[in-house]
Design a protein around this ligand. Structure first.
Ligand code: DX5
Ligand code: ZN
Length: 221
């Protein structure tokens, strides 16, 4: 099995001090930076694009950046994110006209590629592309906002995704996104996840100046 990774979602960070916020969670022990891209079209919210990803790299962030694209259309923004320093790029099958082509495009740009499944989206989209996928991201909330409640049916879906990964014999990350907290992360891990996105659970700790305020939160996850 791959080592577990904690992936703070900067959606809940203080955007006016984003560089510091990312430095502080990485120093606290987080492994990768989860970067939520929303377009006010595929999802009802508007966030950040390649310029902000590039700014984090220029700031000195060397950890992998895990770009979660909630945009439609998806293909034309992929090269921009690759140039901006993305490590993983994941997208929703509903947002691509040609899923296999989009996966190939991400890999041709030198990034790891993944598919994202909304709570009601079936895993059968994986049937013919398992050889092109480096990450499977299961949404445990409907995409668009931080701070929502974990949908329990996702646990069975995680078990099914874990079986598919094990049967493939490939090293594919199984990421979970939405409502992950210190008090449900063990159960989520037991269901098969190895990459844990947490936004409000980590950055919800407030806006004070203490650079160590994330240490105990990240350690509890
Ligand atoms: C929701 C985003 C998530 C969000 C998770 O569309 O994909 O990454 O930031 O936030 P929490 O952890 O607060 O549910
Ligand atoms: Zn996300």
């Amino acid at each position: 099995a791959l080592p577990d990774l904690i992936a703070p979602s900067i959606l809940s960070a203080d955007f006016a001090r984003l560089g510091e916020e990312v430095d502080n969670v990485l120093r606290a022990g987080a492994d990768i930076v989860h970067f939520d891209v929303m377009d006010n079209h595929y999802v009802p919210n508007l966030t950040i694009g390649p310029l902000v990803c590039e700014a984090l790299r220029k700031h000195g962030v060397t950890a992998p950046i895990d770009v979660h694209l909630m945009v439609k259309p998806v293909d034309r923004i992929i090269p921009d994110f690759a140039k901006a320093g993305a490590s993983y790029i994941t997208f929703h099958p509903e947002a691509s006209e040609h899923i296999d082509r989009t996966l190939q495009l991400i890999k041709a740009e030198g990034c790891k590629a993944g598919l994202v499944f909304n709570p009601a989206t079936p895993l059968s989209h994986l049937d013919y592309v398992m050889d092109k996928v480096d990450m499977i991201l299961l949404m445990s909330v409907n995409p668009g906002f931080g701070g929502q409640k974990f949908i329990p049916a996702t646990l069975d879906k995680l078990r099914e995704a874990r079986q598919r990964i094990d049967a493939s014999g490939r090293e594919i990350r199984l990421e979970i996104d939405g409502g992950v907290k210190a008090d449900n992360i063990r159960e989520i891990k037991a269901a098969g996840a190895d990459t844990f996105v947490a936004g409000s659970a980590i950055f919800g700790a407030g806006r004070d100046e203490d650079p160590n305020r994330y240490d105990s939160i990240v350690a509890a996850m």
